[in-house]
Design a binder for this molecule. Structure first.
Ligand code: GLY
Length: 371
């Protein structure tokens, strides 16, 4: 069966690139990568989950066009986004004699994309790289837009650079090996797009997301396309997050606080925190009279229908109290001059950035959610 192929363009002047979305792109990787190469050789960095599953397919796909591939495999997991593995990656790329005109390939989920993108940003003051995202979260969010980073003990993504990829290859075939939990966590970022800026997309998801989760390839391609198009539009308007790009953080201030409260552990995946955070952001918006009371109920009903974590009680184990969660929210990157910027909403698809949120209302929502 032939599946649709979609292309989303990210127009950023001389940093413009294409996001190719389809089924079976790895097998034809050389068709997409060859035109970007100055010599038929790439350096691929992956992790020990993705490598055993998909590296052979990528190697074969590149070899079909005469492209040689060297690879480095890092441990999978968030802990890899640190100085040690950044150093290892950069030194390995130098050993491989990667030059300014060469192409580095980040082949994995968000951790690999962020780390390898940052390595490419600083190697020889910047080499080009291709993102081949293998998780739903990376396909719809982290591989697009050029944010690259590692973590610090002070917080996530605090050391990094903006460095746009030269190409993103989103092959939905590789999503077939994700666990249901990882797929649904990535879906948290998909639903975020509808909630932040496109009520028609949320309507579409309410109808089609069960098919997506069940493996419908055409609908997976459409959801990735729609999400990437929305992200591309926002990044084109505000590449370095001076304004509108912060909309992409809907649900993230709550989500990051919950991730910190659960020790960035398996208790709560990033996308799960985002989904719960979106539900909380709608609840706060409703209590502030910004959106109707039906909106948070509709958001929660959809998350629940998808079998996703929706409420604070869906997180296993104890959570800190509302004051402690508020303190964790205050450590968010979105604090400027001591004021926390919130992403609030006037309804589904109508998010906006504001610092004008009464902390008492936020606290009352958290108190009720913890009760
Ligand atoms: N993931 C949020 C952004 O790329 O801005």
């Amino acid at each position: 069966m032939t599946h649709p192929h979609e292309t989303v363009r990210v127009a950023l002047g001389d940093r413009s690139y294409r996001i190719e979305i389809g089924h079976g792109l790895l097998i034809n990787a050389s068709d997409w990568v060859s035109p970007l190469l100055s010599r038929p050789r790439v350096a691929v960095v992956t992790d020990d989950t993705v490598g055993p599953l998909h590296l052979d397919a990528l190697r074969d796909g590149l070899a079909a066009g005469g492209i040689e591939m060297a690879h480095l495999t890092l441990p999978s997991g968030e802990a890899t986004k640190c100085w040690r593995y950044l150093t290892e990656t950069v030194e390995w790329l130098l050993e491989q004699k990667v030059e300014r005109g060469d192409m580095v390939v980040a082949f994995g989920g968000g951790v690999i994309g962020d780390l390898v993108g940052f390595a490419a940003a600083i190697l020889r003051r910047g080499v080009r790289f291709v993102q081949i995202p293998t998780s739903l979260l990376a396909q719809v969010d982290s591989s697009v837009g050029g944010k690259t980073a590692i973590n610090s003990p002070h917080g996530k993504n605090l050391i990094g650079a903006f460095h746009q990829p030269s190409l993103v290859l989103a092959d939905v075939a590789v999503l077939g090996t994700l666990t249901e939990r990882d797929f649904l966590a990535g879906y948290g970022e998909v639903v975020k797009y509808g909630l932040l800026g496109d009520a028609a997309f949320f309507d579409w998801l309410e109808i089609n997301a069960p098919d997506l989760a069940a493996g419908d390839i055409t609908k997976r391609i459409e959801a990735v396309r729609w999400s990437c198009q929305m992200k591309a539009d926002i990044v084109e308007r505000d590449e370095t997050e001076q304004g509108d790009r912060a909309l992409l953080n809907l649900g993230h201030t709550f989500g990051h606080a919950l991730e910190a409260a659960t020790g960035y552990s398996d208790r709560l995946l990033h996308g799960e925190g985002v989904a719960i955070g979106c539900a909380l952001a709608f609840e706060v918006s409703s209590r502030l009279g910004l959106c109707s009371q039906e909106d948070p109920s509709r958001v929660r009903a959809h998350l629940k229908a998808m079998g996703m974590k929706t409420d604070l009680h869906d997180i296993a184990g104890d959570l800190p109290d509302a004051d402690a969660l508020m303190a964790l929210m205050g450590q968010d990157k979105k604090v400027t001059q001591g004021t926390l910027n919130y992403i609030m909403t006037r309804g589904i698809g109508e998010a906006y950035v504001t610092s004008n949120v009464d902390p008492k209302v936020v606290k009352s929502v958290l108190v009720d959610a913890l009760a």
